[in-house]
Design a protein around this ligand. Structure first.
Ligand code: ATP
Ligand code: ZN
Length: 285
């Protein structure tokens, strides 16, 4: 039987989120502990567990049909694959950091300096874009200790909270790339695999949408019902049910995260009471 082969990180920062995304898509995986390969009993999916750096190559070569990888790795490797969907996890940035005591006077001050990084291609592109020449020292791990041991004066490394830089006496001064995880695919998938990918993507989008939205229930006095309803965007229009107490209605709707607090404040001002907010598991429009 035809299966879709997906490459995900074997262990590390993307592992948990990648496996949970598949689970949330209703795809059960066997022997995840084994961590070489596994398959699903309820979806024609085969999972390969690999180092994240190798994933773009495997997908380009067609050893895997699709993969989950950070944009940082994808752009650094420069492989020829297609981005199917941004996944919203593994968020980080590739940033330039210098010793904290240094007075930073802009990108020009990188000129002639030694920059330690695991992302030579991205750093080279950034320097070229700003017309700056500097020496790039490629190291594969623990980039943040390079200035402390005299290997470089500057680093370009992945940052999420910034605490690792801080602990190593460095400060972030420029952002080279904002990154998150993406689903990538091989260019030349056959019709059968494209169909499986479309089914998977449909589920991923339903999970993503659900995470961005909340189900909201509230009570509103009937004389202000129209005002309350006008504040709710909803999928179509809100559901309105009469309460046992006359003169009041229960209103149900869906609110997206970015309009959430704003909307709740306006609803309260419009007389809404007993507002309940419930997470949504899947959302299919
Ligand atoms: P592997 O053994 O698979 O090569 P790794 O050591 O290269 O693992 P991890 O540290 O697990 O990789 O990071 C994997 C990805 O997680 C990064 O490429 C990046 O996309 C993302 N990420 C998110 N936040 C951070 C962060 N603060 N530091 C490093 N990577 C991060
Ligand atoms: Zn890696």
């Amino acid at each position: 039987m035809m299966t879709l082969r997906i490459a995900i990180q074997k262990s590390g920062r993307l592992y948990e989120d990648s496996v949970s995304l598949l689970k949330e898509c209703g795809i059960d995986l066997r022997n995840v502990k084994d961590r070489l390969r596994t398959e699903s009993d309820n979806f024609p999916l085969e999972v390969f567990f690999l180092r994240d750096d190798d994933i773009p190559q495997y997908v380009e070569d067609g050893v895997a049909d699709i993969g989950i990888v950070g944009e940082n790795v994808l752009f650094e490797k420069g492989k020829s694959v297609e981005v199917v969907e941004k996944l919203g996890f593994g968020k980080c940035r590739l940033a330039v950091a210098v010793p904290r005591a240094e007075a930073w006077s802009g990108i020009g001050s990188l000129s002639g300096r030694r920059i330690a990084t695991s992302y030579p291609r991205l750093v080279k592109g950034f320097l070229a874009e700003h017309g700056v020449e500097a020496e790039i020292h490629e190291i594969s791990g623990s980039v943040e200790i390079a200035p402390g041991i005299g290997l470089a004066d500057v680093v370009a490394d992945l940052v999420s909270s910034g605490s690792t830089l801080f602990m190593n006496g460095l400060k972030e001064v420029e952002t080279i790339l904002q990154s998150q995880s993406v689903l990538i695919r091989n260019h030349a998938l056959d019709a059968g695999r494209l169909e499986l990918l479309a089914r998977l993507l449909f589920r991923i989008q339903a999970v993503k949408k659900a995470k961005r939205n909340k189900y909201v229930l509230l009570n509103a006095p009937n004389d202000r019902l129209q005002e309350v309803i006008s504040l709710l965007p909803g999928m179509r229009s809100p559901t309105v049910l009469p309460l046992a107490e006359s003169g009041w209605s229960s209103v149900h709707s869906v609110l997206s995260e970015d309009q959430f607090w704003d909307c709740i404040e306006k609803l309260k001002a419009a007389g809404a009471e007993g507002i309940l907010v419930i997470p949504i598991e899947k959302m299919v429009l």
